[in-house]
Ligand binder design. Sequence first.
Ligand code: HGY
Ligand code: MN
Ligand code: MN
Length: 416
Amino acid sequence: MTAPGENLRINGDRLWDSLMQMARIGPGIAGGNNRQTLTDADGEGRALFRRWCEDAGLSMGVDRMGTMFMTRAGTDPQALPVYVGSHLDTQPTGGKYDGVLGVLSGLELARTLNDLGIRTKHPIVVTNWTNEEGARFAPAMLASGVFAGVHTLDYAYARKDLDGKTFGEELERIGWVGDEEVGARKMHAYFEYHIEQGPILEAAGKQIGVVTHCQGLWWLEFTLTGKEAHTGSTPMLMRVNAGLAMARIMEMVQTVAMENQPGAVAGVGQVKFSPNSRNVLPGTVVSTVDLRSPDQMKLDGMRARIEAEAKQIAGALGVDCSVEAVGHFDPVTFDPTLVERVRKAAEGLGYTHMDIVSGAGHDACWAAKVAPATMVMCPCVDGLSHNEAEEISKEWAAAGADVLLHAVAETAEIVP
Ligand code: HGY
Ligand code: MN
Ligand code: MN
């Protein structure tokens, strides 16, 4: 006799179809997505997700950071809900699955429980966090950070994009300022399903990543101030070259990361020259160094060394150097009980699996500060992500969603 829900499986075709429909909103130029947070495309994606959820009988709540909470009622309204979340916003040259797989798998989980007439004691809340990527408004995981009490609402609302627009203005403009106090909701547990965004699972031939930890992160924004001058008529020894300082800092960052192997990464994805004219030496250079490690000592040691050596490099060139930490979270340990539940679900479903540390940051990292939390991962092709060519298979997507379904259903307690 099978236990209630023992053979639960999601509808892989329906999940894949939802992913492909969402991918049509905010299309990139190379097959991926550019659905950056608080753009009109983000607003369109939110509206589609809301319609799908309401068609599935879920009721919507929105908080003042615009995070969407879509609730499937439980039999005990007093029971704290089980949250299943991720994000619909993408990088400027993002893939179709980063974040979106987790949100739409949460919806698929609700649709499947509806199809099978399965009730749970705890409500289940499918969540779309605002601005997970931090590409347009730093830091990443901004809304879940406010929810966890790491950032204030005012700090978040004041964050500016490269055009000087603020988060608060843009959230208002797309009409997604909700009425719920951010963080007022209490969670029984939080699950997030995500593509690995790295090569480990595919290389090991495993279908499921049982995520035990997430590495910590610093985003250090450097502002280098040199002297704007003519690139043709200014003698080399008279230059105060902020661009050269940035180039040497990037080389140093690479050296620091390589000297902290294994288990450390660091690099630069964004450099803004001003005035950014091809025959003017930059007056200012602004750039964010992204450094990460699962090891707290390494993480903080790298930060201290990069800041100190950057000041020396800039000083030797007469360039002024200031630095601000614009993103940070310590290495995260996910809830062992929930991790074991994911592992058992993978085993029970006959999926190959392995424990894994997440290289990328996720909203689950902040959710873990306020509730028991964990993640499920599926492989991605060549480990490629934050690239329009990001790819997974329908089978991988479905397997992870099956595991998510079982772990969530067990946590939400199926009512016979
Ligand atoms: O940067 C990250 O790790 C995440 O993709 N926002
Ligand atoms: Mn993501
Ligand atoms: Mn991402």
